[in-house]
Design a protein around this ligand. Structure first.
Ligand SMILES: NC(=O)c1ccc[n+]([C@@H]2O[C@H](COP(=O)([O-])OP(=O)(O)OC[C@H]3O[C@@H](n4cnc5c(N)ncnc54)[C@H](O)[C@@H]3O)[C@@H](O)[C@H]2O)c1
Length: 374
């Protein structure tokens, strides 16, 4: 199979969808890999590294027109829509339930589009989203520590304190993938950490793996009101799958918080878990409401492309190998996890939530394949 790796052209996106190590595996398996010139530079992979791995370097036209399988990180932006075409399988983060123009462009083009974020195991886990949650969680503690410094506008407290001086208090709302990783880094920096969680099973698990080093409390409005008053850094990390984040932190609660404390709302990509959250960018990450500094960057992993690219390709490669070896149709028939990733095929939308979001007709994947659309 001919596998293309496109350079990301979305502003502030430095990741690339394949590492030289991944390219080497695919080339060894007998596939042709063509990487767009300078695609890996933002992640510290020069073109020569891909060439040494056996890939060829091509132009944007080479990559898009010659590939059978095109790998990207972010969804195509409008400038890329004319490049979508029948006969091509696109494997990337898509998030099309929130993007009607892209959904229509994918449908009109006849392309097969498989979304990283909807690849799902039988147990409901999202293996291609998890590494980004790990990274965002870890970054949230770092970003919080940074913005707590006085020159950044923060309270001027060191997360770990020093001998004889108390550490900062960190409150993590939601103890899932983001929350656990936020807690690990905050603990490592020496902070005193509390996690509010709703699932008792999850709290039991966290207690075991964190060896009792964090305070674990059942999440409720009352508990949050109590805990948030004492926090120097609050991290929002809740998720209700498939829904907007619940607005747990009210504007009124902010008025009880410490002046110039920091609130990092990682859940901002699902609308945020505070009434006062709105998305920000790495260029201008914070704003202040009621004296509380809000950090609400919607694509936090984009700040660390060297780590994010490797973490992403570690989890995508087995699926890429399967798509390359079997071809798209046989691969999605063989692997239900990949099948759940298919959002659009042969002009049909095969992901129900996307159809609901845009009022478009839904075609189950099996029906689309039976009709021979691919
Ligand atoms: N901003 C970014 O760059 C970025 C990057 C990655 C993930 N995220 C977002 O971070 C959020 C968390 O992701 P995750 O992977 O950790 O999800 P997850 O499913 O692993 O964890 C969410 C946790 O929240 C808990 N929860 C739900 N309602 C709660 C409540 N009312 N109080 C306390 N806990 C509650 C759940 O029990 C679960 O343990 C998601 O919105 C995700 O999209 C953002």
């Amino acid at each position: 199979m001919r596998i293309g790796v496109a350079k990301e052209i979305k502003p502030q996106e430095y990741r690339v969808a394949l590492t030289p190590a991944g390219a080497r595996e695919l080339v060894q398996a007998g596939h042709d890999v063509v990487v767009e010139a300078r695609a890996g530079v933002g992640s510290a992979f020069p073109d020569e590294a891909f060439e040494r791995a056996g890939a060829t370097i091509g132009s944007v036209d080479d990559v898009w027109t010659e590939a059978d399988l095109l790998l990207k990180v972010k969804e195509p932006i409008a400038a890329e829509y004319p490049r979508l075409r029948e006969g091509l399988t696109l494997f990337t983060y898509l998030h099309i339930a929130a993007d009607e123009p892209l959904t229509r462009a994918l449908v009109d083009s006849g392309i097969t589009a498989i979304a990283y974020e909807t690849v799902e195991t039988d147990r409901g886990a999202l293996p291609l989203l998890a590494p980004m949650s790990e990274i965002a969680g870890r970054l949230s503690a770092q970003a919080g520590a940074d913005h707590l410094e006085k020159p950044k506008g923060g309270r001027g407290i060191l997360l770990g304190g020093v001998a004889g001086v108390a550490p900062a208090r960190v409150l993590v709302i939601g103890g899932g993938m983001v929350g656990y990783n936020a807690a690990v880094i905050a603990l490592g920096m020496g902070a005193q950490v509390t996690i509010l969680e709703r699932s008792v099973d999850r709290m039991r698990f966290l207690e075991q793996i964190l060896s009792g080093r964090v305070q674990l409390l059942m999440s409720s409005a009352l508990q949050l009101e109590e805990a948030i008053k004492d926090a120097d850094l609050t991290i929002g990390a809740v998720l209700i799958p498939g829904a907007l984040a619940p607005k747990l932190v009210t504007r009124e609660m902010l008025t009880t918080m410490k002046e110039s404390s920091v609130f990092v709302d990682v859940a901002i990509d699902q609308g945020g878990c505070a009434e006062t959250s709105r998305p920000t960018t790495h260029d201008d990450p914070v704003y202040t409401v009621e004296g509380v500094i809000h950090y609400c960057v919607a694509n936090m992993p984009g700040a660390v492309p060297i780590t994010s690219t490797r973490a992403l390709t570690n989890v995508t490669l087995p699926y890429i190998e399967q798509l390359a070896e079997l071809g798209t149709v046989a691969a999605v028939q063989a692997n239900p996890e990949l099948a759940r990733g298919v959002n659009v095929i042969g002009g049909k939308v095969t992901y129900e939530a996307v159809c609901e979001a845009h009022g478009m007709p839904y075609t189950p994947l099996t029906a689309a394949l039976a009709a021979g659309v691919a």
